[in-house]
Design a protein around this ligand. Structure first.
Ligand SMILES: *Cc1c(COP(=O)(O)O)cnc(C)c1O
Length: 381
């Protein structure tokens, strides 16, 4: 286990476990948890965290794409994996071969899966997506949908395990309307003798804010990673990731000299500049120029000049006894003056999930348990 790069993401598995247990504690034993690990586990490395999630409260893993599901399946043969996105017809055979759970919203796809099921002597598992207003994916028209779903449920070789929708999080009134639309479909289907093992509509924010819409499964992503976006409820969670690097070079420049492309930053005094080995290709927002900072020796070092693809520069003039090789904290949970994900998102004018999910594959993930490194995933190392 060699770490080949000084810019890396530290993943605190104790915090991850703390969070999933906290979520389990919040929902009780009767609500399933589909832990959302799409986008490489929101940057945390899906394969590095799946086991701890499943062994500490999660019932299901949820991803967006077939490729993400296949990647997890290679490492974990037993875990149920839900693909929440659409999979084109030509790839549906993989769903059956690899025992994945597919979201569907057409009879046609149900029939294709059913027929592969017969061929492979398996009962493919699906969750029905019903669109309650988001207008992204799912069945729409009530009467038409009921008939189609009923037809799907009558297929001989398909396990229609779940039905779900997704909230737009517009406001409580609108969210409640969406919830009621899903409930109405479920109760109409019930009248026709159709029931589901799992019914779900809530993501992280809604699962915390609206306990009354939890049904019997939730799909939390952000809160697993300690990212707080909720407004009304409360949940005790801890940020899981820490983004670190080291100062590679320190140089003294004279007042009036420029730094980086276009000399957009110019020294107003004789300055000490540190060169850092991370840039926007590592997922650091390029628009944090003049706004972002790293923490070196417990002090803030502002990022100056245009952020390059692979490097950026910081002003170290006010930091005492700084030297090459010093650690620099890019993101942490806000302790010791660090930039937390919430504030990074505010500064970059984006949301927290974008900040973490875009941390690049060039950044090794270093897994920590009880303060010790237990695993390193280096995608290109
Ligand atoms: C990403 C996603 C989630 C999880 O969202 P968070 O806000 O991170 O909790 C849940 N459901 C669906 C359909 C998603 O795409």
């Amino acid at each position: 286990m060699k770490l080949l790069r000084d810019t890396f993401l530290e993943i605190n598995l104790d915090n991850l476990i703390y969070n999933i247990k906290s979520i389990r504690n919040m929902v009780g034993e009767d609500v399933g948890i589909a832990a959302v690990v799409k986008a490489n586990g929101y940057g945390h490395g899906a394969n590095g965290i799946a086991k701890d999630l499943m062994e500490n409260g999660a019932d299901y893993l949820a991803v967006a794409t077939l490729t993400e599901a296949l990647d997890l399946r290679r490492n974990f043969q037993e875990y149920p994996i839900l693909i929440m996105g659409f999979t084109p017809d030509r790839f549906l055979e993989y769903i059956v071969k690899e025992d994945l759970t597919q979201t569907i919203f057409s009879y046609n796809q149900a029939k294709i899966l059913n027929d592969y099921g017969i061929e492979y002597n398996k009962k493919p598992v699906v969750h029905i997506k019903y669109d309650t207003g988001f207008n992204r994916l799912g069945f729409r028209d009530f009467d038409e949908s009921i008939n189609q779903i009923e037809k799907i449920c009558k297929l001989s070789n398909l396990n229609v395990e779940g039905i779900f929708s997704h909230l737009a999080l517009t406001n409580k009134e609108e969210d409640e309307k969406q919830y009621n639309k899903l409930k109405r479909v479920i109760s109409e289907l019930e009248k026709r003798g159709i029931t589901f093992k799992y019914e779900h509509i809530e993501d992280s924010i809604s699962a915390v804010d609206y306990p009354e819409f939890r049904m019997n499964m939730i799909r939390p992503g952000a809160i697993i990673y300690g990212i707080k976006g909720f407004h009304y409820g409360s949940l005790d969670i801890k940020q899981v990731l820490k983004f670190k690097t080291k100062i590679y070079n320190i140089r003294k420049i004279n007042k009036g000299e420029g730094v980086s492309y276009d000399y957009l930053w110019k020294a107003e005094r004789d300055s000490i500049i540190g060169t850092m080995p991370f840039g926007y290709a590592d997922g650091y927002p390029r628009n944090l120029r003049n706004k972002g900072y790293v923490v070196v020796r417990g002090q803030k070092a502002p990022i100056i000049g245009i952020i390059c693809m692979d490097q950026c520069m910081v002003d170290l003039t006010d930091i005492e006894e700084v030297s090459e090789g010093d650690e620099a904290i890019i993101y942490d949970d806000g302790t010791n003056g660090s930039l937390d994900i919430h504030n990074a998102a505010l500064l970059a004018e984006t949301n927290k999930n974008e900040i973490i999910s875009r941390i690049g594959m060039r950044v090794p993930r270093v897994y920590i348990r009880d303060g010790e490194i237990v695993d390193i995933i280096d995608y290109i190392g």
